[in-house]
Design a protein around this ligand. Structure first.
Ligand code: ASP
Length: 333
């Protein structure tokens, strides 16, 4: 089969146009792109668009299942996939897709732009061109973000810069490829081949919440989130190697009570690099006693998407906690 790539447009700046309120999503990306590509030689590709492309700030967890289903419907017809996506939540979607498309035998490359395709100095064509090369190349078999100068593992990525063309980084994992005058693919960093284990569950919109620790946080502040009947999982964003204000016994008590009710609480660090080591300080060891699950070196986006996925696919909270500590598709070291 000749490499043929499907480009699925879900929205984002790449396909936006100016409006009196600033950039807005606009249908018809394929036609606009065709008008600009007459002088380029690119791998063969086709563009499809979801019904209403969105600004990815409006993304909901249900969109992840929808994007995965769009890809799986056409999985056997293409050699690779490019997903055009807004940059704001691209790392969240890349993480979620990596869990739903575990054991992918084809590349799924998310990309977008900081400046719309139709504007001067746009980064859209460069990003799309690189993404198409990886999607057609047949060497990468995982969900990635291709943006600026790097190809990154999707579930290790975060948006790091709001104004730079090189907007993404994967602070705890080296890039899969460097994109300069040459494209250097680091094969030894790619996921090894694994059996297809695709699963696209329906996700509860508010099944997972995020609580960021800060000086002065109290039981009164977090209690409404922990007591919300829809919330079955919480990502706790702690200090340093996973420390929390354990001198506040009421705060520790509400966390403990939530765990006892079956809420899965995952500890991730507010630091950009490094990992959670919950026993390094007494302030972290208390979280272990309370029943909080350490999140190793997962990004917030990855821990959040993984928790959503596991809550929707595992039989009970203990099974979720067990799987959280295992690397399902390269998301933790
Ligand atoms: N707000 C836009 C979005 O995420 C930003 C972008 O695409 O760069 O859809």
């Amino acid at each position: 089969m000749n490499p043929r790539v499907l480009v699925l447009n879900t929205g984002g700046t790449i396909g936006m146009c100016r409006s009196p309120d600033g950039y807005r999503p606009m249908a018809g990306f394929g036609e606009r792109l065709a008008g600009m590509l007459h002088v380029r030689t690119l791998p063969a590709f086709e563009v499809v668009e979801i019904e209403e492309p969105i600004d990815s700030a409006n993304l909901q967890p249900a969109h992840w299942s929808r994007i995965a289903r769009e890809l799986l419907k056409r999985w056997d017809d293409y050699s690779g996939f490019v997903v055009l996506h807004g940059t704001d939540t691209m790392a969240w979607s890349a993480s979620a897709l990596s869990f739903m498309l575990r054991g992918a035998d084809k590349p799924v490359i998310l990309t977008g732009a900081q400046i719309p395709l139709v504007e001067p100095r746009s980064d859209a064509l460069g990003n799309l061109e690189a993404a198409l090369l990886f999607a057609a190349g047949g060497q990468v078999r995982e969900v990635c973000i291709c943006f600026g100068r790097h190809l990154l593992r999707g579930n290790r990525s975060s948006k790091m810069a709001s104004m730079d063309f090189d907007a993404f980084g994967s602070p705890n994992f080296l890039p899969l490829a460097d994109i300069g005058i040459d494209i250097v693919l680091h094969r030894e960093r790619l996921l090894p081949a694994a059996a297809r284990a695709f699963r696209v569950p329906e996700l509860g919109a508010d099944a997972v919440a995020v609580i960021t620790l800060h000086p002065g946080i109290s039981a009164r502040i977090v209690q409404p989130v922990l007591a919300d009947a829809a919330v079955r999982g919480v990502i706790l964003r702690s200090y340093g190697v996973g420390n929390a204000p354990d001198a506040d016994q009421q705060l520790m008590a509400v966390l403990k009570a939530a765990v006892a009710r079956g809420v899965v609480i995952v500890n991730t660090t507010q630091c950009v690099t490094g990992r959670v080591a919950q026993g390094a300080y007494a302030t972290g060891a208390t979280l272990s006693r309370v029943g909080v699950t350490p999140g190793a070196d997962m990004t917030l986006e990855s821990a959040f998407a993984k928790l959503h996925f596991l809550l929707a696919t595992e039989p009970d909270a203990d099974a979720v906690r067990l799987r959280l500590g295992q690397s399902l598709c390269g998301e933790l070291s």
